[in-house]
Design a protein around this ligand. Structure first.
Ligand SMILES: Nc1ncnc2c1ncn2[C@@H]1O[C@H](COP(=O)(O)OP(=O)(O)OP(=O)(O)O)[C@@H](O)[C@H]1O
Ligand SMILES: [Mg+2]
Length: 249
C-alpha cells in the first residue's frame, strides 16, 4: 500500500534520514522504532508531506506521491497524528474531531469550515460522536478540550485523523506520556483500527506495545535502516540490541 524508496533528508550537516526503503502491506500494523534522534519523525514528515525529501520517492497504492502536501495526501487516503499534541484547545472535543473531517475532505479549508451547511454540520457531528465512541472517549462529548485529560486528548487526535476516513494512518508516538494501562488500551485500539481495514504505520518507543501489536517492524539508527522484520526477528537482531544498548550505556 505504501512504498518508501531511498528516502533521504539532511539538515545542515546532519543526515536525519539516509536512503531508507521499506514497504507497508495493506491491513498491517507496521512500526518504525529506533533510539532518540534516529530519524523516525523526520521519516514521517517526509512520507506525510510536511518536509520535502532531498532524495527518494514515496508511492501510495502504486502512485507516486513524493512531496505532495498533507491535504492532498489526506484526499488520497493518508492521514497522521503528531508526536506533540495538536489539539485545538479553544474548541470542544467534537469540534476537534469535526475539524479533522473537514480539513481533510475539503480543499476550501477554513473558508469551508465556516461556510458549511447545517445538514453537513449535523452529519459531521454525528460522525464525530461515532468516532469518539470508537476510540473510547464517548464520555468527552461536548466537553471543552481544556477539561480533558492528556490520555483523552491523545485518543481524540486519533479520532480526528480517522475523521477523514484514511486507508493509511500514521501515528507518531500515540502512547507517549501514557501510563501502562492506557498504553495497553491504545495498543488494542490500534489493532482494532487495522482489523477494520485501515493500515497503520506507527512510531513508538514503548517496546512492549510495539512488539505485541506490530506485524512488521523497521528499525532506524542514525537515519539509516538498521533492520526489519517480525517482532521476533527484530528482537533477536544483534545490531538492534547493540543500537539500543549503545544509547543506554
Ligand atoms: N527541522 C529540523 N531542523 C534541524 N534538524 C532536525 C530537524 N528535524 C529533525 N532534525 C534532526 O534530525 C535528526 C532526527 O530527528 P527526528 O526528530 O526525526 O528523530 P526521532 O527518531 O523522531 O527522535 P525522537 O525519538 O526523539 O522523537 C536529529 O538529529 C534532529 O536533531
Ligand atoms: Mg520523533
Amino acid at each position: 500500500m505504501l512504498s518508501v524508496q531511498s528516502l533521504s533528508r539532511s539538515f545542515g550537516g546532519v543526515s536525519a534520514v539516509d536512503s531508507v526503503s521499506f514497504d507497508v502491506q495493506p491491513g498491517h500494523v507496521h512500526a518504525v522504532i529506533g533510539p532518540n534522534g534516529a530519524g523516525k519523525t523526520t521519516l514521517f514528515n517526509l512520507i506525510s508531506g510536511v518536509y520535502e525529501p532531498s532524495a527518494g520517492q514515496v508511492f501510495l497504492d502504486g502512485a507516486e506521491v513524493t512531496g505532495l502536501p498533507p491535504e492532498a495526501l489526506a484526499r488520497r487516503g493518508m492521514c497522521r497524528t503528531f508526536q506533540n499534541l495538536q489539539v485545538c484547545m479553544n474548541m470542544t472535543a467534537n469540534e476537534n474531531v469535526m475539524l479533522g473531517a473537514h480539513l481533510h475532505s475539503n480543499p476550501g479549508l477554513w473558508s469551508g469550515f465556516f461556510g458549511w451547511t447545517r445538514a453537513a454540520d449535523r452529519r459531521l457531528e454525528e460522525r464525530a460522536h461515532e468516532l469518539m465512541d470508537y476510540v473510547g472517549v464517548g464520555s468527552a462529548r461536548g466537553a471543552h478540550a481544556t477539561q480533558l485529560s492528556f490520555g483523552v486528548l491523545k485518543r481524540l487526535e486519533i479520532a480526528r485523523a480517522l475523521a477523514a476516513d484514511p486507508r493509511l494512518l500514521l501515528l507518531d508516538e500515540p502512547a507517549a506520556g501514557l501510563n501502562d494501562s492506557e498504553t495497553h488500551a491504545v495498543g488494542e485500539l490500534i489493532r482494532k483500527i487495522a482489523a477494520g481495514g485501515t493500515t497503520v504505520l506507527l512510531v513508538e518507543h514503548d517496546m512492549k506495545m510495539v512488539m505485541s501489536i506490530s506485524d512488521h517492524i523497521v528499525v532506524l539508527d542514525q537515519g539509516r535502516k538498521l533492520a526489519e522484520g517480525s517482532a521476533e526477528q527484530v528482537r533477536g537482531n544483534p545490531d538492534v540490541i547493540a543500537a539500543y544498548l549503545g544509547v543506554d550505556a
